[in-house]
Design a protein around this ligand. Sequence first.
Ligand SMILES: [Zn+2]
Length: 487
Amino acid sequence: MLVSVWFLLCGFMLIYEIGVSSGASSAMKNTIGSYHLIRQAKPESRWKVPGVREFDPNWVVRFCLPGEQKRVTARLYPICPRCLASEGNPAEVRSNCSAEGCQRDVRRWADLELAVYAKALREGDMKRKQEWLAPKRYASISEVIDVYLQRGPSDRRQRVNMLSAIYEQVTGREIERAKWEELSQKMLMTWAEMRQEAGRRGWLGLGAGKNMPPGGWAVLRGLAAERRLKAVDEVTVAAWNTTIQTYLVSARSIFGEKSRLKVLRDLSLPELGGFMDPLPVELPCPEGHQEIPDAVMAEVERRLPSLRAEDVQLYAFFRVCEETGVRPGTLRALDTEALAVLSADEMSFWKARMAADWKMPVDELCDFGGLLDIPAKKGGHAVKTPVSAEVAGLLRGLAGTSGHLFGCKHKTAALELHERLNVWLRGCGVEGNHVAYLLRHRKAQALRRFGGKSAVAVGLGHTSEAMAERYSREDRVVPAVFTRAAG
Ligand SMILES: [Zn+2]
């Protein structure tokens, strides 16, 4: 029936048809549409970036659909030199060309496009069908980055840096010139292969790019282009896998749902399906103890007085994280009722009790000013943990009228406080994904120095010594953080 109409529409140029099953009712095949390839006469913007493949003459695809036609420049599919030079229509005389990116690949892409349309049609989804026929004008990636850098979260610069690192390492080009189609899962897989190869070559140190030789990424890009990189290693536990995960989380967050609704809300962005999907591979990361190096901790100490002067709220949050070792995410959710102020008698009781739990002499402990009641989290126990007199005083000053332990007016403000601590710690040189969380590891280490694993378990609310093991290490001694002199 309708089939004949499309034959008339596309007529003699018809090169390819897609058969779409009409569903469960019968085995009959129903042709939804077709397309044919047209050789682009001249490149769209070759003079801007000479030699860059994306700007070579590309295939143009004309789709023929029920009552509609659509013409698309397939920007990622350059016409190979032989098809470009061929006399007559290369889609006819060289229809078996299998050069990379040429006819075989553009057909694969067009098949998928047509299938998307067919699916919308079959499901009666007129909105998606319209969008397919007349795609929205999306903001460019560089526009998105501009807006993100103005309005994004406090660590926006770092997130953008990670996105551009991924893109530049794979393509050798700047993210500002990237096209949406390039942000794909395929690109991320290539990047993961490149990073793992760099790691195996000792080019990454423990994960970051510290030992990268000049031109190292170009070497890896060359290997990738020649298909000579090993497939992603899903077995070997490696620190660079942690870095890969960190980069992916940060880079994707720029285009995530929250960012689209809040930061980028006036811009139109494509879906980015494959780029946002989890990679189809395991990247085994080392688990266990992480610590802040002594030199970095010294820098933290050096900057604390000015932090206290400039941002007493952030200072107090740091101190409570450090003194208690409680997860920052738990602390930021506490209200003022979690803090009990201690009388002199109560303080002696709790000092004796903590000294016993932590297996350390009472006189190693500073004076307690209050006791925080920490609810049980993640299958652990509830914990009562003391804070110094100085910190208790700061918290009483901050609480104000909001009812929040750190004086935050709403949940978002509390989240921002946590983010600000991460930013501040990174500024001091602390590296890693959840840097504020490292203060918990630090506390565990201090406890272990005195009371061994059982003290860590008591102090952090762990139910097992095995978990305590993950949080501390025996072979290093650090100062007991909860005995920092007050004031
Ligand atoms: Zn070709």
